[in-house]
Design a protein around this ligand. Structure first.
Ligand code: ATP
Ligand code: MG
Length: 220
């Protein structure tokens, strides 16, 4: 079965860790495309001071030359909190012939049980989980039971069904987080090499001011 990758996040800002994850997932999991979806109203964290429109503009700049990566504004077009399960429901309708593969880092995976209607995520999509520095890759107690019999070891096994399997895949780890980028900006330091040049070159003083006002929501 052909499959599409779904990769959501605050992306405040989008960075090279996100970019490599998307590219490697696309190639290694044999996905037709990856849809990059910035949250508009994140349920678990304060919204970024950078507007969702600006954050998706950054993604567009970063992926201009990547034909398999697509910026998707579906959470920006929707009202209310940006629940991933609603995004998957929308994508299921838009791509009835494709399986969906939800890409997440191990930090997000550890909190999967806190996501709205989380068991439904597995009815709508597969999960591909990538290790992230500082976050061991393991399901939480709450999700272990549902996930234990659904684990597969290869992309081929994912492609054998439309949804409901999960797999761990390794990408050479990049210890980059948006939190660290915001911290560096706050102290006036360079973030070149962490953020795609196309984004950096388009970043205005107002962007930097907004990013540095964001609450640091994570421990990275
Ligand atoms: P913040 O520090 O603001 O939380 P972040 O770097 O964690 O930013 P998010 O927008 O929160 O980025 O993350 C979106 C998704 O990307 C999550 O699934 C997260 O686990 C994953 N991710 C982010 N950075 C990396 C990285 N360096 N390696 C692997 N996965 C990553
Ligand atoms: Mg994060």
């Amino acid at each position: 079965m052909r499959a599409i990758g779904v990769f959501g996040g605050a992306f405040a800002p989008f960075h090279n860790g996100h970019l490599r994850l998307a590219i490697e997932a696309c190639e290694r999991l044999d996905l037709d495309q990856i849809r990059l979806i910035p949250t508009a109203q994140a349920p678990h964290r304060p919204d970024s001071r950078v507007s969702a429109l600006r954050r998706i503009e950054w993604i567009r700049l970063a992926i201009e030359h990547e034909r398999s990566l697509v910026a998707d504004d579906c959470e920006i077009r929707r009202d209310g909190p940006s629940y991933t399960v609603d995004t998957l429901l929308e994508l299921r309708e838009a791509f009835p012939q494709h399986a969906l593969v939800l890409l997440i880092g191990s930090d997000a995976f550890a909190h999967l049980h806190t996501w709205d209607r989380w068991p439904q995520l597995l009815e709508l999509a597969h999960l591909a989980v990538v290790s992230r520095p500082g976050a061991a890759l393991a399901p939480a107690d709450e999700t272990r039971k549902l996930l234990s019999r659904r684990r597969v070891r290869s992309a081929d096994e994912l492609h054998a069904s439309p949804a409901g399997r999960w797999l761990q895949f390794e990408v050479p780890m990049l210890d980059i987080s948006s939190t660290r980028i915001r911290r560096l900006l706050r102290t006036g330091r360079s973030v070149r090499g962490l953020v795609p040049d196309a984004i950096l070159n388009a970043m205005t003083a107002a962007d930097t001011a907004a990013l540095t006002q964001d609450d640091d929501a994570t421990t990275h």
